[in-house]
Design a protein around this ligand. Structure first.
Ligand code: GLY
Length: 371
C-alpha cells in the first residue's frame, strides 16, 4: 500500500510517495524523470551498508545504471568541505543539466545534496529518498537546502524543490529507537501547530506506531507530509505561514547551541521540549487553556521522550545565556524574537509580541526544576 501527497508549486510541483517497498520499486518511480538511464546517488556511511546495495540492485533490475558517493555520517557533513566534494564528484561524473541526483539518507544528506543540486550547473533536478523519520516528515519536503558554517546552522543555502520524494517506511525499521523518537518530535509538532484531530490520533496510535506497526507509520508520515505540503504550497519561501513549522524551534535552537549540537540533545528531542515550553509560555500568557501543556507533556512521557529541561543531562547555561542564544536565531526580525505560540492544541500562530521577562521566568523555573 502506498500514499501519494502532491506538493502544489506550479511548474515545480512534485509527488511525495509514502509506503513500504519503495526502494524495490525505485526504477518504476524514477524512469519517467530520466532523460538517460543513469542516476547519481549521494549517501552516508551509516545508511549505505543498510540500503545502498538494495537500491542499486533495484535500479539495475529496472535498467538504470547508478554511481554512488558515500560521505561520513553526521551533522559535520553539512559543510563547505563536503559540499565541494559532492559538487566536484558530480562534475567528475559529468552529470548534465537534465540528469537526476539522488539523496539517500537523513536530513543532513538531503540538505547537502539538495544544495549541491541547486548550484550545480545553476540547478539540476534531485530526488529525495529520506531514511530517517525526521527527514520523511519534514526535511525532505519543501525544498529547504543548505549547509552550516562557523556562524551557525543552515546559514548558507537555497530553496530548491526536489522532483520526487520516495519515503520508504521500511527504512524506519533500521533506525535506533532514540533516532526514531527524535523524529517523532517533528510529527507531534504537526498536531500541535495545525491539527488537533491529528494530535488526538497520535495519542491513540503513536505507541503502536513506534512499536513498529507499518500501516500506522505510513499514516503518520502521510498526515505530516500532507500538512507540510499544504503550508509549503501557501508560503514556499517563508514569508508568513511556513514559520508555523518552526513551532518549538526557537527554544530548540538555543538548547542545541547550549549542548554543543552533541548527542546530549538530538534536534527532534529539542523540538519536543521546545513545543512543551511554547505551550507552557502560551498558557502563562493567557493565550491557551492551562491544561494543554500537561496534556502535551503526558503524551511525550508516554512515548518515552524528553519533554523538560530536566531531561537534558549535564550542565545548561542560565536563563540569560539561553535568551542570548535565542536572540541569534534566524527567526529574529528587526531585533525582535519571534515565537510560535498556541491558542490551543492544533492552533498555533506567529508572534513577536512576547515579553522577554515571561520567557526568562519560564526558563528560570524550568532550569530550577533540574535541581
Ligand atoms: N523545517 C521547516 C521548514 O521546512 O520550513
Amino acid at each position: 500500500m502506498t500514499s501519494t501527497v502532491r506538493v502544489n508549486l506550479d511548474s515545480r510541483s512534485y509527488d511525495v510517495v509514502i509506503g513500504s517497498g519503495l526502494i524495490a520499486q525505485a526504477a518504476t518511480h524514477l524512469a519517467p524523470l530520466l532523460r538517460r538511464p543513469k542516476v547519481w546517488i549521494v549517501t552516508e556511511d551509516r545508511v549505505a551498508p543498510l540500503h545502498l546495495p538494495h537500491l542499486e540492485a533495484a535500479l539495475s533490475a529496472g535498467g538504470i545504471a547508478a554511481s554512488a558517493l558515500t560521505l561520513p555520517a553526521g551533522e559535520g557533513t553539512k559543510s563547505w568541505q563536503y559540499l565541494t566534494q559532492t559538487v566536484e564528484w558530480l562534475l567528475d561524473e559529468k552529470v548534465e543539466r537534465g540528469d537526476i541526483v539522488i539523496a539517500l539518507g537523513g536530513g543532513v544528506i538531503g540538505d547537502l545534496v539538495g544544495f549541491a543540486a541547486a548550484i550545480l550547473r545553476r540547478g539540476v533536478r534531485f530526488v529525495q529518498m529520506p531514511s530517517s523519520l525526521l527527514a520523511q516528515v519534514d526535511s525532505s519536503v519543501g525544498g529547504k537546502t543548505g549547509i552550516n558554517t562557523r556562524h551557525g546552522k543552515n546559514l548558507v543555502g537555497a530553496f530548491h524543490q526536489p522532483s520526487l520524494v520516495l519515503a520508504d517506511i521500511d527504512l524506519l525499521s533500521t533506525l535506533a529507537p532514540r533516532d526514531f523518537l527524535a523524529g517523532y518530535g517533528e510529527v507531534v509538532k504537526y498536531g500541535l501547530l495545525g491539527d488537533a484531530a491529528f494530535f488526538d490520533w497520535l495519542e491513540e496510535n503513536a505507541p503502536a506506531m513506534a512499536a513498529g506497526d507499518l500501516a500506522l507509520r505510513e499514516e503518520a508520515v502521510r498526515w505530516s507530509v500532507q500538512m507540510k505540503a499544504d503550508i509549503v504550497a501557501r508560503d514556499e519561501t517563508e514569508q508568513g505561514d511556513r514559520a508555523l513549522l518552526n513551532l518549538g524551534h526557537t527554544f530548540c535552537h538555543a538548547l542545541e547551541a547550549a549542548t554543543g549540537y552533541s548527542d546530549r540533545l538530538l534536534h527532534g528531542e529539542g523540538v519536543a521540549i521546545g513545543c512543551a515550553l511554547a505551550a507552557e509560555l502560551s498558557a502563562r500568557l493567557g493565550l491557551c487553556p492551562q491544561e494543554e501543556p500537561s496534556r502535551i507533556r503526558a503524551h511525550l512521557a508516554e512515548m518515552g521522550m524528553k519533554r523538560d529541561l530536566a531531561d537534558i543531562e549535564g550542565d545548561l547555561p542560565d536563563a540569560d545565556a539561553l535568551l542570548a542564544l535565542m536572540a541569534q536565531d534566524k527567526k529574529v526580525l528587526e531585533g525582535q524574537l519571534r515565537f510560535i505560540l498556541m491558542r490551543g492544541i492544533g492552533t498555533s500562530f506567529v508572534t513577536s509580541d512576547v515579553p522577554p521577562d515571561a520567557v526568562k521566568t519560564l526558563l528560570n523555573e524550568a532550569l530550577g526544576a533540574r535541581n
